[in-house]
Design a protein around this ligand. Structure first.
Ligand code: 1YM
Length: 651
């Protein structure tokens, strides 16, 4: 049975001392938004909307309501979501003495509890979504129709403006949420209509009978999404939308399986195209899993095993030709949609499924079902056999330049990565981070301490060229800069193509001393002059390693600078005498674990995003050319004119 938030028993379960977070209110969310929504950039902004939409989708998947309307208002930075479900409960909560709606929107609940019997979506947030969105919105209003009346309550930055009010009689049931993401929190509060349309369209493919409407008041356009063909329709749309890929056979393999024991359901649609790319879209409870996970691994493994077995038993492969897994997977286009009761998500943005039992289950069902399909559809089987043979031949001939060009980007890019790069295992740029680190010893700690899946480390050893006036060819002859260009994989100067960037966070990690600052300045000059689009698109960051470790009593604090250190000592003045202060001379002195906790871990680190505010473009240009340019006289003048500021900065 579904958990019902109105049940006092359940709320009591949530409010035991075991979960202190429950009692803290919403300040932690505003202090560390990244921990709850992954970041405060474009993805984080849209995450708010997904949370609200997912609450409506959850309600529809539980069997209540079938219509959801999303309106992006004309300002582009506020949204309304309406559903026709039961309506969020509005009765006075017996333990808290406020409306249940207010509890849901202002208490940071513990995770998992709301996941009871059905397939709740709520990405990584498990029912805390509504309050997180509220905390990060400068305005939010919930309107509920229920029991013959309309109710309303408004909030400002997570705090109720007033108690819930009954507005008068109303027909039907449902929930409406209007919200405006807080411009104090988000770098840019403009929603992207295309992202919203894509997301809603995907939901409509995945949940049969669900009717979604998107009204884009910024353009006046309205989109209606309702599909009865499910994921096969989605696969067809993927094929139609990709000019460079055509299917090698008209048929699509489709499979559905259910695990009666734990109520998991999976659907897979799959076909092969002539494109060298492999495209797989995967979803868990109708939420996109951008970084894959155990369901994707299972499908891939089952696909390779069954196809290989089919080719072997029917002697479809020429003698002496060796078939590798990648030959079988080349050109596939697939959709995997899984519904499970207790999804465990992992990774920085909670985009990867981690339930281990899913992999073996999917390997086995894919294996059986695909092999049966191939056996029963011989023309499909033969078309696939030819495609696999073609891939194997192409791979064997891969030394020829022509074939190389056909290989997928990720593969070919991996081939010419710099030797010193410790790459991450993910090939999804959205979750991948590159740390550019000063010196080998710091690089060593960073390599040991990082999350290998998403974090790559590039240590810099030699001198970084001052590239302010350097030509592209001069840049490429500087070893350190050319290593950076190679690692990023997106070209430089005129050739720059940000869509090929291999990491969506490029993080400069330097010592907190003047040498470190100097190297940061040289690197920023390089990005500014030769890869500006990466700064403009928000991909460049500065890490904030601590300068001090302060042990007081049993606690350890990390301080970014002297002022911060002194504040910690003042706060703990009772123990100040016994405080132990360690000043790090360089990153290399930190233990790998310390470096991870303070500087690398997305949960606890503070990154500074490098931005050039629109209004300061000319000033920035002026400063870079004056300060970094050749003309020693203008540099001297600049420093003399700004000496006061410089001193202040150095404090
Ligand atoms: C536009 C957003 O939130 N709809 C919505 C939410 C809920 C219910 C119905 C609901 C659920 C239950 C019982 C139950 C709830 N969401 C939450 C939480 N639309 C929108 N419609 N009665 C009504 O789950 O048993 C709690 S209730 F916590 F997920 F936010």
């Amino acid at each position: 049975m579904d958990m019902d938030l109105t049940s006092p028993q359940q709320l009591e379960d949530n409010y035991t001392g075991a979960n202190i977070a429950v009692l803290k209110g919403l300040e932690p969310v505003r202090l560390r938004p990244g921990m709850y929504i992954g970041g405060t950039g474009k993805d984080g902004l849209h995450h708010l909307l997904w949370e609200i939409v997912d609450n409506s989708v959850d309600e529809a998947m539980t069997g209540y309501g079938s219509r959801i309307k999303v309106t992006l208002h004309a300002d582009g930075s506020s949204v309304t979501v309406v559903d026709d479900g039961r309506g969020v409960p509005v009765d006075i909560h017996p333990v808290e003495g406020i409306s249940t709606l207010e509890v849901i929107y202002t208490y940071l609940h513990s995770g998992g509890k709301f996941n009871g019997g059905s397939y709740k979506t709520s990405g990584g947030l498990h029912g805390v979504g509504a309050s997180v969105v509220n905390a990060l919105s400068s305005e939010l209003t919930v309107t509920v129709k229920k029991g013959g009346f309309r109710y309303e309550q408004s909030f400002v930055r997570g705090r109720p403006k007033a108690d819930i009010v009954q507005l008068g009689p109303a027909r039907g049931t449902g929930t409406t949420v209007f919200f405006r993401p807080d411009d104090e929190i988000f770098d840019d509060t403009q929603f992207e209509p295309e992202l919203i349309a894509d997301r809603l369209e995907a939901k409509a493919y995945l949940i049969k009978g669900l009717q979604l409407q998107f009204v884009d008041e910024t353009t006046g356009a309205t989109h209606d999404f309702k599909f009865d063909g499910g994921i096969v329709d989605m696969l067809t749309a993927m094929l139609e939308g990709d000019e460079k890929a055509s299917a090698v056979h008209d048929e699509v393999f489709k499979m559905e399986a259910e695990d009666l024991q734990n109520g998991s359901e999976v659907q897979v649609a799959l076909t092969w195209t002539d494109s060298p790319r492999e495209r797989l879209r995967s979803f868990v409870n109708a939420i996109p899993t951008l970084d894959g996970g155990t369901h994707e691994l299972g499908v891939r493994e089952g696909l390779v095993k069954s196809t290989r077995n089919y080719l072997d038993t029917h002697n479809l492969i020429p003698k002496k030709m060796e078939i590798q897994a990648e030959d079988i997977r080349e050109g596939i286009v697939a959709v995997v949609s899984l519904f499970i009761r207790d999804p465990q998500f992992q990774g920085q943005t909670k985009d990867r499924l981690n339930n281990p039992e899913i992999k073996s289950w999917l390997t086995s069902v894919m294996r059986n079902e695909l092999e049966r399909h191939l056996n029963q559809h011989p023309t499909f089987g033969q078309a696939i056999a030819l495609r696999v043979i073609q891939a194997a031949k192409a791979r064997q001939a891969s030394r020829s330049a022509a074939t190389k060009a056909r290989r997928s980007r990720t593969v070919s890019h991996r081939l010419n990565l710099p030797g010193k790069l410790a790459d991450c295992s993910s090939t999804n740029p959205e979750v991948s981070e590159l740390f550019i680190v000063e010196g080998d010893s710091a690089g060593g700690s960073a390599k040991q301490g990082r999350d290998r899946h998403t974090q790559a480390i590039l240590p810099l050893r030699g001198k970084v060229l001052n590239s302010e006036q350097a030509t592209d060819s001069k840049v490429s002859s500087n070893k350190e800069l050319s290593n950076i260009v190679q690692a990023l994989g997106c070209g430089v100067g005129e050739q720059l193509d940000p869509s090929r960037l291999r990491y969506h966070k490029i993080i400069l990690l330097m010592d907190a001393d003047s040498d470190g600052h100097h190297i940061s300045t040289l690197l920023l000059t390089f990005f500014y002059r030769h890869m500006r689009a990466l700064i403009d698109q928000g991909y460049v960051f500065l890490a904030q390693p601590p300068l001090y470790r302060v042990d007081v009593g049993k606690r350890t604090y990390w301080a970014a600078d002297d002022a911060h250190k002194n504040a910690i000592l003042r706060k703990n003045s009772r123990y100040a005498k016994s405080a132990r202060i360690t000043r790090f001379k360089g990153l290399g002195e930190m233990m790998a674990k310390e470096l991870y906790e303070t500087t690398l871990d997305p949960k606890s680190r503070q990154l500074l995003k490098v931005v050039i505010p629109e209004a300061d473009r000319d000033l920035t240009e002026h400063i870079v050319s004056e300060l970094m340019g050749k003309d020693a006289e203008s540099r001297y003048q600049f420093i003399m004119n700004n000496a006061e500021q410089v001193e202040e900065l150095d404090l």
